[in-house]
Ligand binder design. Structure first.
Ligand SMILES: [Zn+2]
Length: 178
């Protein structure tokens, strides 16, 4: 469970992040039905801060995704956790059958990122900003075991090139309390 949505402007000088279990990023219609701070954070980041980039960040060995894949704890259908986790359901189709190629949980974790990116585009103000070239959406996947970061491209997730962090950048993070 790590930051699922990180939006920033001017090289991370301002970071708005929203953290949710197993990183489902709901569609606009679910957002209207559910209402809550993640949607307010998204709207504020796009409409007010005018962020240029939004990164949907998923991670390996996600307990939330595992719980979902394994049927999860016995929660009632009316439970908030159950409702929130049910947002992952469409990713199951994207991930393909459990017996397919590669690790199923990895495929499901990455499919959840792809689904969240699609869902972001269902927010009219996000779609409009993307169409206008004012906003860019990215998918990233962090392998907590190896410390490797992957970025989503047209085909799948490829390892990210890592460059040394400059001291100016570190300082700027400190100034903003992140
Ligand atoms: Zn997680």
């Amino acid at each position: 469970m790590i930051s699922s949505l990180v939006a920033w402007r001017r090289s991370a000088s301002a970071i708005a992040s929203s953290q949710d279990a197993a990183n489902p990023r709901p569609s606009w219609s679910s957002a209207v039905a559910i209402r809550g701070s993640p949607f307010a954070a998204l709207e504020f980041a796009v409409q007010v801060l005018k962020v240029r980039h939004i990164v949907v960040l998923g991670h390996a060995r996600c307990g939330g995704i595992r719980a979902f894949a394994e049927g999860g704890p016995p929660l009632s259908p009316g439970d908030s956790i159950h409702k929130w986790m049910s947002l992952i359901a469409p990713a199951v189709e994207l991930a393909g059958p459990p017996e397919g190629d590669g690790d199923y949980l990895t495929r499901l974790e990455q499919a959840s990122i792809a689904m969240s990116l699609d869902n972001l585009l269902t927010f009219p103000y996000v779609a409009e900003a993307v169409r206008g070239g004012r906003l860019f959406l990215h998918g990233a996947y962090f392998d907590v075991a190896t410390g490797r970061m992957f970025v989503r491209d047209g085909i799948g997730f490829t390892p990210m090139k890592v460059e040394p962090v400059s001291s100016e950048f570190e300082q700027s993070l400190g100034e903003h309390g992140n």
